[in-house]
Design a protein around this ligand. Sequence first.
Ligand code: FAD
Length: 508
Amino acid sequence: MNQEADPKTLHTSRSPRKQAESIGYIDVLIVGAGLSGIAAAYHLQQQCANKNFLILERMNSFGGTWLSHNYPGIRSDSDLHTFGYRFKPWRGVPIATADEIRRYMAEVIEEYDIDQHIHYQHDIRRATWSSKLKRWQLEVCNLSTGKTFSLETGFLWMCSGYYRHRSGYQPQWPGMNQFKGQLVHAESWPNDLDYKNKRVVVIGSGATAATMIPAMAKHASHVTMLQRSPTFFITGRNINELVQMLRELDIPADWIHEIARRKILKDQAVFSERCIKEPDLVRQELLAGVRAQLGEAFDVEKHFSPAYRPWQQRIAFIPDGDLFAAMRENKATVVTEAIESFTPDGILLKSGEVLQAELIVSATGFDLNVLGDIVFEVDGQELDFAHCVTHLGAMFTGLPNLIWVFGYFRSSWTLRADLLGDYVCRLIKHMDQHGLSMVVPRLREHEKDMRLQAWVSEDNFNPGYIKRSLHKLPKQGTHLPWLHTQDYALDKDLLPQADLNDGTLLFQ
Ligand SMILES: Cc1cc2nc3c(=O)[nH]c(=O)nc-3n(C[C@H](O)[C@H](O)[C@H](O)COP(=O)(O)OP(=O)(O)OC[C@H]3O[C@@H](n4cnc5c(N)ncnc54)[C@H](O)[C@@H]3O)c2cc1C
Protein backbone atom coordinates (compact mmCIF):
# COMPACT_ATOMS: atom_id res chain seq x y z
CA MET A 1 0.00 0.00 0.00
CA ASN A 2 1.40 3.34 -1.02
CA GLN A 3 1.73 5.37 2.19
CA GLU A 4 1.36 8.58 0.21
CA ALA A 5 -1.86 7.52 -1.52
CA ASP A 6 -4.70 9.97 -1.07
CA PRO A 7 -6.93 8.28 1.51
CA LYS A 8 -10.01 9.80 -0.08
CA THR A 9 -9.36 7.56 -3.09
CA LEU A 10 -8.61 4.54 -0.93
CA HIS A 11 -11.71 2.80 -1.96
CA THR A 12 -11.90 0.44 -4.79
CA SER A 13 -14.04 -2.37 -5.90
CA ARG A 14 -11.30 -3.90 -7.96
CA SER A 15 -12.30 -7.49 -7.57
CA PRO A 16 -15.04 -8.73 -9.88
CA ARG A 17 -17.95 -9.84 -7.76
CA LYS A 18 -21.51 -10.95 -7.95
CA GLN A 19 -24.09 -8.22 -7.44
CA ALA A 20 -25.51 -8.42 -3.90
CA GLU A 21 -28.97 -8.57 -5.50
CA SER A 22 -28.26 -11.98 -7.01
CA ILE A 23 -26.69 -13.64 -3.96
CA GLY A 24 -29.91 -14.84 -2.33
CA TYR A 25 -28.40 -16.43 0.82
CA ILE A 26 -25.17 -15.83 2.72
CA ASP A 27 -23.96 -17.62 5.88
CA VAL A 28 -22.92 -14.48 7.74
CA LEU A 29 -23.80 -10.90 6.97
CA ILE A 30 -21.65 -8.14 8.45
CA VAL A 31 -23.36 -4.75 8.68
CA GLY A 32 -20.90 -1.87 8.18
CA ALA A 33 -17.35 -1.46 6.87
CA GLY A 34 -15.97 0.58 9.76
CA LEU A 35 -13.21 -0.63 12.07
CA SER A 36 -15.52 -3.27 13.60
CA GLY A 37 -16.82 -4.62 10.28
CA ILE A 38 -13.32 -5.08 8.86
CA ALA A 39 -12.26 -6.81 12.12
CA ALA A 40 -15.27 -9.12 11.86
CA ALA A 41 -14.36 -10.04 8.27
CA TYR A 42 -10.76 -10.75 9.27
CA HIS A 43 -11.70 -13.01 12.19
CA LEU A 44 -14.34 -14.88 10.23
CA GLN A 45 -11.92 -15.51 7.39
CA GLN A 46 -9.17 -16.69 9.73
CA GLN A 47 -11.26 -18.76 12.12
CA CYS A 48 -14.32 -19.93 10.16
CA ALA A 49 -12.93 -20.30 6.65
CA ASN A 50 -15.87 -22.50 5.62
CA LYS A 51 -18.37 -19.64 6.04
CA ASN A 52 -19.20 -17.34 3.20
CA PHE A 53 -19.88 -13.76 4.18
CA LEU A 54 -20.66 -10.30 2.89
CA ILE A 55 -20.19 -6.81 4.26
CA LEU A 56 -22.94 -4.38 3.34
CA GLU A 57 -22.03 -0.73 3.83
CA ARG A 58 -24.31 2.26 3.41
CA MET A 59 -21.52 4.72 2.58
CA ASN A 60 -19.44 4.66 -0.60
CA SER A 61 -16.23 3.53 1.06
CA PHE A 62 -14.81 1.89 4.18
CA GLY A 63 -13.83 3.59 7.44
CA GLY A 64 -17.18 4.41 9.08
CA THR A 65 -16.38 7.13 11.63
CA TRP A 66 -13.08 7.86 9.91
CA LEU A 67 -14.74 8.42 6.56
CA SER A 68 -17.78 10.38 7.67
CA HIS A 69 -15.90 12.91 9.83
CA ASN A 70 -14.02 15.65 8.06
CA TYR A 71 -13.87 18.60 10.42
CA PRO A 72 -10.49 20.31 10.75
CA GLY A 73 -7.89 18.34 12.63
CA ILE A 74 -9.97 15.13 12.87
CA ARG A 75 -7.89 12.56 14.75
CA SER A 76 -8.21 9.66 17.17
CA ASP A 77 -8.53 10.18 20.86
CA SER A 78 -7.08 6.78 21.75
CA ASP A 79 -3.61 5.56 20.91
CA LEU A 80 -3.53 3.43 17.76
CA HIS A 81 -1.51 0.68 19.43
CA THR A 82 -4.72 -0.34 21.18
CA PHE A 83 -7.20 1.30 18.80
CA GLY A 84 -5.50 -0.56 15.94
CA TYR A 85 -6.19 -4.26 15.49
CA ARG A 86 -4.54 -6.93 17.61
CA PHE A 87 -3.32 -8.61 14.42
CA LYS A 88 -1.80 -5.64 12.60
CA PRO A 89 1.04 -3.59 14.10
CA TRP A 90 0.64 0.15 14.17
CA ARG A 91 3.78 1.86 12.89
CA GLY A 92 2.98 5.54 13.33
CA VAL A 93 2.67 7.96 16.24
CA PRO A 94 0.04 7.01 18.85
CA ILE A 95 -2.63 9.60 18.00
CA ALA A 96 -3.54 9.32 14.33
CA THR A 97 -5.47 11.37 11.80
CA ALA A 98 -8.58 10.00 10.09
CA ASP A 99 -6.57 9.63 6.87
CA GLU A 100 -3.88 7.60 8.64
CA ILE A 101 -6.51 5.33 10.17
CA ARG A 102 -8.11 4.75 6.77
CA ARG A 103 -4.71 4.00 5.21
CA TYR A 104 -4.13 1.40 7.91
CA MET A 105 -7.57 -0.10 7.24
CA ALA A 106 -6.86 -0.12 3.50
CA GLU A 107 -3.75 -2.19 4.17
CA VAL A 108 -5.78 -4.72 6.17
CA ILE A 109 -8.42 -4.88 3.44
CA GLU A 110 -5.74 -5.44 0.82
CA GLU A 111 -3.59 -7.89 2.80
CA TYR A 112 -6.55 -10.13 3.62
CA ASP A 113 -8.38 -9.64 0.32
CA ILE A 114 -11.49 -8.38 2.11
CA ASP A 115 -12.47 -5.94 -0.65
CA GLN A 116 -14.18 -8.67 -2.68
CA HIS A 117 -16.67 -9.17 0.16
CA ILE A 118 -17.72 -5.52 0.58
CA HIS A 119 -20.71 -4.03 -1.19
CA TYR A 120 -20.82 -0.27 -0.76
CA GLN A 121 -23.89 1.93 -1.00
CA HIS A 122 -26.08 -0.84 0.33
CA ASP A 123 -28.41 0.22 3.11
CA ILE A 124 -30.11 -2.44 5.22
CA ARG A 125 -33.56 -1.18 6.17
CA ARG A 126 -35.46 -4.10 7.65
CA ALA A 127 -34.51 -7.46 9.16
CA THR A 128 -37.11 -10.17 9.69
CA TRP A 129 -36.34 -13.37 11.59
CA SER A 130 -38.21 -16.57 10.93
CA SER A 131 -37.83 -19.28 13.60
CA LYS A 132 -39.27 -21.74 11.11
CA LEU A 133 -36.62 -21.07 8.49
CA LYS A 134 -33.99 -20.15 11.11
CA ARG A 135 -32.69 -17.25 9.11
CA TRP A 136 -32.92 -13.50 8.72
CA GLN A 137 -34.53 -11.97 5.69
CA LEU A 138 -33.15 -8.51 4.96
CA GLU A 139 -34.59 -5.67 2.98
CA VAL A 140 -31.65 -3.91 1.37
CA CYS A 141 -31.60 -0.77 -0.76
CA ASN A 142 -28.89 -0.40 -3.35
CA LEU A 143 -28.39 3.35 -3.02
CA SER A 144 -26.67 3.67 -6.39
CA THR A 145 -29.70 2.32 -8.28
CA GLY A 146 -32.45 3.02 -5.74
CA LYS A 147 -33.53 -0.61 -6.09
CA THR A 148 -34.64 -2.55 -3.03
CA PHE A 149 -34.04 -6.28 -2.88
CA SER A 150 -34.08 -9.08 -0.40
CA LEU A 151 -31.20 -11.13 0.94
CA GLU A 152 -31.21 -13.94 3.50
CA THR A 153 -28.58 -14.76 6.07
CA GLY A 154 -28.02 -17.24 8.87
CA PHE A 155 -26.23 -14.79 11.13
CA LEU A 156 -26.18 -11.02 11.51
CA TRP A 157 -22.96 -9.45 12.77
CA MET A 158 -23.91 -5.87 13.58
CA CYS A 159 -20.89 -3.61 13.14
CA SER A 160 -23.07 -0.59 12.60
CA GLY A 161 -21.48 1.60 15.28
CA TYR A 162 -23.57 3.50 17.78
CA TYR A 163 -24.51 6.86 16.31
CA ARG A 164 -25.98 8.45 13.19
CA HIS A 165 -23.33 9.49 10.73
CA ARG A 166 -23.53 12.90 9.06
CA SER A 167 -26.09 14.39 11.46
CA GLY A 168 -25.39 15.23 15.07
CA TYR A 169 -27.29 16.24 18.16
CA GLN A 170 -28.31 19.87 17.79
CA PRO A 171 -29.75 21.55 20.90
CA GLN A 172 -32.11 24.44 20.16
CA TRP A 173 -31.64 27.99 21.50
CA PRO A 174 -33.86 31.04 21.05
CA GLY A 175 -33.00 33.20 18.06
CA MET A 176 -31.01 30.57 16.17
CA ASN A 177 -32.53 31.54 12.85
CA GLN A 178 -31.70 35.22 13.37
CA PHE A 179 -27.96 34.50 13.26
CA LYS A 180 -26.56 36.10 10.09
CA GLY A 181 -23.37 34.04 9.99
CA GLN A 182 -22.99 30.33 9.32
CA LEU A 183 -24.01 27.61 11.79
CA VAL A 184 -22.57 24.14 11.18
CA HIS A 185 -22.52 20.89 13.11
CA ALA A 186 -19.25 19.02 13.55
CA GLU A 187 -20.93 15.83 12.33
CA SER A 188 -21.90 17.35 8.97
CA TRP A 189 -18.98 19.58 8.09
CA PRO A 190 -19.27 21.14 4.61
CA ASN A 191 -16.14 20.34 2.56
CA ASP A 192 -15.89 23.90 1.25
CA LEU A 193 -16.37 25.70 4.58
CA ASP A 194 -14.10 28.74 4.70
CA TYR A 195 -13.29 29.93 8.21
CA LYS A 196 -10.13 31.87 7.36
CA ASN A 197 -9.94 35.15 9.33
CA LYS A 198 -13.40 34.56 10.81
CA ARG A 199 -14.41 34.83 14.44
CA VAL A 200 -15.53 31.35 15.39
CA VAL A 201 -17.43 30.09 18.42
CA VAL A 202 -17.31 26.34 19.00
CA ILE A 203 -20.11 25.21 21.30
CA GLY A 204 -18.95 22.23 23.35
CA SER A 205 -15.71 21.07 24.92
CA GLY A 206 -15.50 17.34 24.33
CA ALA A 207 -12.86 15.57 22.25
CA THR A 208 -14.34 16.95 19.01
CA ALA A 209 -14.08 20.59 20.12
CA ALA A 210 -10.63 20.01 21.58
CA THR A 211 -9.49 18.53 18.26
CA MET A 212 -10.90 21.12 15.91
CA ILE A 213 -10.07 24.26 17.91
CA PRO A 214 -6.25 24.14 17.59
CA ALA A 215 -6.58 23.21 13.90
CA MET A 216 -9.01 26.08 13.21
CA ALA A 217 -7.08 28.56 15.35
CA LYS A 218 -4.24 28.46 12.83
CA HIS A 219 -6.42 30.19 10.21
CA ALA A 220 -9.40 31.77 11.98
CA SER A 221 -9.23 35.27 13.39
CA HIS A 222 -10.12 33.84 16.82
CA VAL A 223 -11.80 30.72 18.19
CA THR A 224 -13.84 30.65 21.39
CA MET A 225 -14.59 27.33 23.06
CA LEU A 226 -17.96 27.94 24.68
CA GLN A 227 -18.88 25.33 27.25
CA ARG A 228 -21.81 25.08 29.62
CA SER A 229 -19.68 22.95 31.92
CA PRO A 230 -16.03 21.84 31.88
CA THR A 231 -14.42 18.63 30.59
CA PHE A 232 -11.32 16.83 31.90
CA PHE A 233 -8.30 16.98 29.62
CA ILE A 234 -4.99 15.22 29.79
CA THR A 235 -1.94 16.28 27.84
CA GLY A 236 1.10 14.38 26.73
CA ARG A 237 3.54 14.11 23.87
CA ASN A 238 2.26 12.32 20.82
CA ILE A 239 5.00 9.79 21.15
CA ASN A 240 5.30 6.50 22.99
CA GLU A 241 8.78 6.40 24.44
CA LEU A 242 8.80 2.65 25.01
CA VAL A 243 7.79 2.07 21.37
CA GLN A 244 10.45 4.52 20.19
CA MET A 245 13.12 2.68 22.11
CA LEU A 246 12.02 -0.76 20.87
CA ARG A 247 11.95 0.54 17.30
CA GLU A 248 15.50 1.86 17.67
CA LEU A 249 16.55 -1.60 18.86
CA ASP A 250 15.11 -3.14 15.68
CA ILE A 251 12.68 -5.32 17.61
CA PRO A 252 10.16 -6.93 15.20
CA ALA A 253 7.06 -4.79 14.66
CA ASP A 254 4.61 -7.42 15.92
CA TRP A 255 6.53 -7.77 19.19
CA ILE A 256 6.56 -4.01 19.64
CA HIS A 257 2.82 -3.94 18.97
CA GLU A 258 2.13 -6.58 21.61
CA ILE A 259 4.46 -5.04 24.20
CA ALA A 260 3.03 -1.55 23.63
CA ARG A 261 -0.52 -2.84 23.99
CA ARG A 262 0.25 -4.63 27.24
CA LYS A 263 2.00 -1.61 28.72
CA ILE A 264 -0.72 0.85 27.67
CA LEU A 265 -3.52 -1.40 28.92
CA LYS A 266 -1.77 -1.96 32.23
CA ASP A 267 -1.27 1.79 32.71
CA GLN A 268 -4.90 2.48 31.76
CA ALA A 269 -6.19 -0.15 34.19
CA VAL A 270 -4.19 1.43 37.01
CA PHE A 271 -5.46 4.90 36.06
CA SER A 272 -9.12 3.78 35.82
CA GLU A 273 -8.87 2.17 39.24
CA ARG A 274 -7.35 5.31 40.71
CA CYS A 275 -10.22 7.38 39.26
CA ILE A 276 -12.62 5.32 41.38
CA LYS A 277 -10.48 4.90 44.51
CA GLU A 278 -8.94 8.37 44.72
CA PRO A 279 -10.95 10.64 42.43
CA ASP A 280 -9.97 13.84 44.25
CA LEU A 281 -6.28 13.19 43.89
CA VAL A 282 -6.66 12.33 40.19
CA ARG A 283 -8.71 15.50 39.71
CA GLN A 284 -5.93 17.58 41.26
CA GLU A 285 -3.34 15.89 39.03
CA LEU A 286 -5.40 16.58 35.91
CA LEU A 287 -5.90 20.21 36.88
CA ALA A 288 -2.19 20.57 37.65
CA GLY A 289 -1.50 19.33 34.10
CA VAL A 290 -3.68 22.10 32.67
CA ARG A 291 -2.18 24.68 35.03
CA ALA A 292 1.29 23.74 33.81
CA GLN A 293 0.08 24.58 30.30
CA LEU A 294 -1.85 27.77 31.02
CA GLY A 295 -0.05 29.25 34.00
CA GLU A 296 -0.93 29.85 37.65
CA ALA A 297 -2.98 32.98 36.90
CA PHE A 298 -5.47 31.07 34.77
CA ASP A 299 -8.76 30.08 36.41
CA VAL A 300 -8.31 26.34 35.91
CA GLU A 301 -10.92 25.44 38.56
CA LYS A 302 -13.63 27.36 36.72
CA HIS A 303 -12.89 26.13 33.19
CA PHE A 304 -11.36 22.67 33.59
CA SER A 305 -12.80 21.09 36.75
CA PRO A 306 -15.98 19.18 35.85
CA ALA A 307 -18.77 18.35 38.29
CA TYR A 308 -18.37 14.61 37.60
CA ARG A 309 -15.48 12.46 38.78
CA PRO A 310 -12.61 11.59 36.42
CA TRP A 311 -13.57 8.93 33.84
CA GLN A 312 -17.32 9.26 34.42
CA GLN A 313 -17.12 10.78 30.96
CA ARG A 314 -14.33 10.26 28.45
CA ILE A 315 -11.16 12.22 29.29
CA ALA A 316 -9.99 13.98 26.15
CA PHE A 317 -6.31 13.57 25.32
CA ILE A 318 -4.57 16.69 23.99
CA PRO A 319 -1.50 15.55 22.04
CA ASP A 320 1.44 17.89 22.47
CA GLY A 321 -0.88 20.25 24.37
CA ASP A 322 -1.98 21.88 21.08
CA LEU A 323 -5.30 23.19 22.45
CA PHE A 324 -3.51 24.92 25.31
CA ALA A 325 -0.82 26.29 22.99
CA ALA A 326 -3.58 27.99 20.97
CA MET A 327 -4.94 29.46 24.23
CA ARG A 328 -1.50 30.67 25.32
CA GLU A 329 -1.03 32.37 21.98
CA ASN A 330 -4.43 34.03 22.40
CA LYS A 331 -5.71 32.40 19.21
CA ALA A 332 -8.30 30.57 21.29
CA THR A 333 -10.21 31.31 24.50
CA VAL A 334 -12.44 29.28 26.78
CA VAL A 335 -15.75 30.64 28.10
CA THR A 336 -17.78 28.69 30.66
CA GLU A 337 -21.32 30.06 30.52
CA ALA A 338 -24.85 29.11 29.57
CA ILE A 339 -26.33 30.48 26.35
CA GLU A 340 -29.26 32.90 26.62
CA SER A 341 -29.92 33.18 22.89
CA PHE A 342 -28.40 33.59 19.47
CA THR A 343 -28.28 37.14 18.09
CA PRO A 344 -27.76 38.26 14.49
CA ASP A 345 -24.03 38.70 15.26
CA GLY A 346 -23.25 35.88 17.62
CA ILE A 347 -24.30 34.52 20.99
CA LEU A 348 -25.74 36.29 24.02
CA LEU A 349 -24.68 34.61 27.26
CA LYS A 350 -26.75 34.44 30.44
CA SER A 351 -24.27 36.87 32.02
CA GLY A 352 -25.21 39.48 29.38
CA GLU A 353 -21.87 39.16 27.58
CA VAL A 354 -22.03 38.80 23.79
CA LEU A 355 -19.69 36.57 21.80
CA GLN A 356 -19.33 37.99 18.30
CA ALA A 357 -19.08 35.35 15.59
CA GLU A 358 -19.24 34.90 11.84
CA LEU A 359 -19.19 31.13 12.24
CA ILE A 360 -20.73 29.02 15.03
CA VAL A 361 -19.85 25.36 15.24
CA SER A 362 -21.98 22.93 17.22
CA ALA A 363 -19.68 20.32 18.72
CA THR A 364 -22.59 19.18 20.85
CA GLY A 365 -22.28 15.45 20.32
CA PHE A 366 -24.06 12.81 18.38
CA ASP A 367 -27.37 11.09 18.15
CA LEU A 368 -27.05 7.55 19.31
CA ASN A 369 -28.73 4.98 17.11
CA VAL A 370 -29.38 1.35 17.81
CA LEU A 371 -28.64 -1.52 15.47
CA GLY A 372 -28.01 0.64 12.41
CA ASP A 373 -31.52 2.16 12.40
CA ILE A 374 -32.80 -1.13 10.99
CA VAL A 375 -36.39 -2.10 11.78
CA PHE A 376 -36.29 -5.56 13.36
CA GLU A 377 -39.08 -8.09 13.38
CA VAL A 378 -38.97 -11.50 15.04
CA ASP A 379 -41.60 -14.05 13.99
CA GLY A 380 -44.05 -11.35 12.95
CA GLN A 381 -43.54 -9.10 16.00
CA GLU A 382 -41.74 -5.78 15.68
CA LEU A 383 -38.86 -5.72 18.15
CA ASP A 384 -38.61 -3.16 20.91
CA PHE A 385 -34.90 -3.29 21.65
CA ALA A 386 -35.43 -1.54 25.00
CA HIS A 387 -37.27 -4.67 26.22
CA CYS A 388 -34.32 -6.97 25.57
CA VAL A 389 -31.74 -8.00 28.15
CA THR A 390 -28.14 -8.09 27.07
CA HIS A 391 -26.02 -11.23 27.13
CA LEU A 392 -22.37 -10.22 27.71
CA GLY A 393 -23.18 -6.86 26.09
CA ALA A 394 -23.20 -8.53 22.69
CA MET A 395 -26.37 -10.65 22.25
CA PHE A 396 -29.93 -9.96 23.40
CA THR A 397 -32.89 -11.93 24.68
CA GLY A 398 -35.44 -12.39 21.91
CA LEU A 399 -32.94 -11.66 19.10
CA PRO A 400 -31.66 -14.88 17.54
CA ASN A 401 -28.40 -15.23 15.62
CA LEU A 402 -27.26 -11.67 16.11
CA ILE A 403 -24.23 -9.98 17.64
CA TRP A 404 -23.83 -6.23 18.19
CA VAL A 405 -20.28 -4.96 18.46
CA PHE A 406 -20.37 -2.14 20.98
CA GLY A 407 -16.85 -1.19 22.08
CA TYR A 408 -15.50 0.38 25.23
CA PHE A 409 -16.00 3.89 26.52
CA ARG A 410 -12.73 4.06 28.43
CA SER A 411 -10.54 1.73 26.43
CA SER A 412 -10.17 1.55 22.66
CA TRP A 413 -13.29 0.34 20.90
CA THR A 414 -11.36 -2.07 18.70
CA LEU A 415 -10.14 -4.14 21.65
CA ARG A 416 -13.67 -5.43 22.00
CA ALA A 417 -14.15 -5.84 18.23
CA ASP A 418 -11.21 -8.28 18.32
CA LEU A 419 -12.42 -10.09 21.46
CA LEU A 420 -15.93 -10.45 20.03
CA GLY A 421 -14.41 -11.70 16.77
CA ASP A 422 -13.00 -14.69 18.67
CA TYR A 423 -16.24 -15.16 20.62
CA VAL A 424 -18.52 -15.15 17.56
CA CYS A 425 -16.25 -17.54 15.68
CA ARG A 426 -16.21 -19.90 18.67
CA LEU A 427 -20.01 -19.71 18.83
CA ILE A 428 -20.39 -20.39 15.10
CA LYS A 429 -17.99 -23.35 15.25
CA HIS A 430 -19.83 -24.74 18.27
CA MET A 431 -23.12 -24.55 16.37
CA ASP A 432 -21.61 -26.23 13.32
CA GLN A 433 -20.11 -29.04 15.40
CA HIS A 434 -23.48 -29.77 16.98
CA GLY A 435 -25.61 -29.30 13.87
CA LEU A 436 -27.36 -26.24 15.35
CA SER A 437 -28.71 -23.34 13.34
CA MET A 438 -30.20 -21.00 15.95
CA VAL A 439 -28.94 -19.41 19.15
CA VAL A 440 -30.86 -16.96 21.31
CA PRO A 441 -30.16 -15.75 24.85
CA ARG A 442 -32.91 -16.52 27.37
CA LEU A 443 -33.24 -15.88 31.07
CA ARG A 444 -33.10 -19.04 33.15
CA GLU A 445 -36.09 -19.91 35.34
CA HIS A 446 -34.55 -18.37 38.48
CA GLU A 447 -33.65 -15.22 36.52
CA LYS A 448 -37.10 -14.42 35.16
CA ASP A 449 -37.71 -11.84 37.91
CA MET A 450 -34.17 -10.51 37.93
CA ARG A 451 -33.96 -6.78 38.63
CA LEU A 452 -33.19 -5.03 35.39
CA GLN A 453 -31.03 -1.94 35.10
CA ALA A 454 -30.04 0.52 32.42
CA TRP A 455 -27.61 -0.52 29.65
CA VAL A 456 -25.01 1.77 31.22
CA SER A 457 -25.24 2.82 34.84
CA GLU A 458 -25.22 6.59 35.18
CA ASP A 459 -22.73 6.35 38.00
CA ASN A 460 -20.34 4.41 35.77
CA PHE A 461 -20.43 6.53 32.60
CA ASN A 462 -22.82 9.37 31.85
CA PRO A 463 -22.13 11.47 28.75
CA GLY A 464 -25.08 13.32 27.21
CA TYR A 465 -25.53 11.04 24.20
CA ILE A 466 -25.96 8.02 26.47
CA LYS A 467 -28.33 9.80 28.89
CA ARG A 468 -30.47 11.04 26.00
CA SER A 469 -30.83 7.55 24.56
CA LEU A 470 -30.99 5.14 27.50
CA HIS A 471 -34.70 4.58 26.80
CA LYS A 472 -33.83 3.09 23.38
CA LEU A 473 -31.18 0.72 24.67
CA PRO A 474 -31.54 -2.78 26.06
CA LYS A 475 -31.31 -3.56 29.76
CA GLN A 476 -28.74 -5.39 31.79
CA GLY A 477 -29.36 -7.64 34.75
CA THR A 478 -27.67 -8.05 38.10
CA HIS A 479 -25.04 -10.67 37.30
CA LEU A 480 -23.09 -12.25 34.47
CA PRO A 481 -23.74 -13.04 31.68
CA TRP A 482 -26.50 -10.40 31.80
CA LEU A 483 -24.12 -7.49 32.23
CA HIS A 484 -22.55 -5.02 29.86
CA THR A 485 -19.49 -4.38 31.98
CA GLN A 486 -17.57 -1.91 29.78
CA ASP A 487 -14.47 -3.42 31.32
CA TYR A 488 -11.73 -4.67 29.01
CA ALA A 489 -9.68 -6.11 31.87
CA LEU A 490 -12.62 -8.35 32.75
CA ASP A 491 -13.68 -9.17 29.18
CA LYS A 492 -10.26 -10.31 28.06
CA ASP A 493 -10.50 -13.29 30.43
CA LEU A 494 -14.28 -13.64 30.47
CA LEU A 495 -15.13 -13.76 26.76
CA PRO A 496 -12.62 -16.44 25.70
CA GLN A 497 -13.90 -18.70 28.50
CA ALA A 498 -17.60 -17.82 28.47
CA ASP A 499 -19.55 -21.06 28.88
CA LEU A 500 -21.80 -21.67 25.87
CA ASN A 501 -23.67 -24.39 27.77
CA ASP A 502 -24.62 -22.59 30.99
CA GLY A 503 -28.29 -22.56 30.01
CA THR A 504 -28.42 -18.85 29.13
CA LEU A 505 -28.20 -19.60 25.42
CA LEU A 506 -30.99 -21.55 23.81
CA PHE A 507 -29.74 -23.53 20.79
CA GLN A 508 -31.84 -25.29 18.17
C1 FAD B 1 -14.96 11.87 16.00
C2 FAD B 1 -14.87 10.57 16.70
C3 FAD B 1 -13.66 10.13 17.23
C4 FAD B 1 -13.59 8.92 17.87
N1 FAD B 1 -12.39 8.52 18.39
C5 FAD B 1 -12.30 7.34 19.03
C6 FAD B 1 -11.06 6.91 19.59
O1 FAD B 1 -10.04 7.57 19.50
N2 FAD B 1 -11.04 5.72 20.24
C7 FAD B 1 -12.15 4.94 20.37
O2 FAD B 1 -12.06 3.89 20.98
N3 FAD B 1 -13.32 5.33 19.84
C8 FAD B 1 -13.42 6.49 19.18
N4 FAD B 1 -14.62 6.88 18.65
C9 FAD B 1 -15.75 5.97 18.67
C10 FAD B 1 -15.73 5.31 17.25
O3 FAD B 1 -16.92 5.50 16.62
C11 FAD B 1 -15.31 3.87 17.33
O4 FAD B 1 -14.16 3.71 18.00
C12 FAD B 1 -15.11 3.14 16.00
O5 FAD B 1 -14.59 3.91 14.96
C13 FAD B 1 -16.40 2.55 15.69
O6 FAD B 1 -16.22 1.66 14.63
P1 FAD B 1 -17.43 0.82 14.13
O7 FAD B 1 -16.98 0.13 12.89
O8 FAD B 1 -17.96 -0.03 15.22
O9 FAD B 1 -18.58 1.90 13.82
P2 FAD B 1 -18.62 3.09 12.78
O10 FAD B 1 -17.31 3.69 12.58
O11 FAD B 1 -19.75 3.95 13.22
O12 FAD B 1 -19.02 2.36 11.43
C14 FAD B 1 -20.28 1.76 11.25
C15 FAD B 1 -20.53 1.57 9.78
O13 FAD B 1 -21.76 0.87 9.61
C16 FAD B 1 -22.48 1.46 8.55
N5 FAD B 1 -23.91 1.19 8.77
C17 FAD B 1 -24.64 1.48 9.87
N6 FAD B 1 -25.92 1.08 9.71
C18 FAD B 1 -26.00 0.53 8.48
C19 FAD B 1 -27.07 -0.06 7.75
N7 FAD B 1 -28.31 -0.15 8.25
N8 FAD B 1 -26.82 -0.53 6.50
C20 FAD B 1 -25.55 -0.44 5.98
N9 FAD B 1 -24.50 0.12 6.63
C21 FAD B 1 -24.72 0.58 7.87
C22 FAD B 1 -22.14 2.94 8.66
O14 FAD B 1 -22.36 3.60 7.43
C23 FAD B 1 -20.67 2.90 9.06
O15 FAD B 1 -19.81 2.91 7.97
C24 FAD B 1 -14.74 8.09 18.00
C25 FAD B 1 -15.95 8.54 17.48
C26 FAD B 1 -16.03 9.76 16.85
C27 FAD B 1 -17.35 10.20 16.30
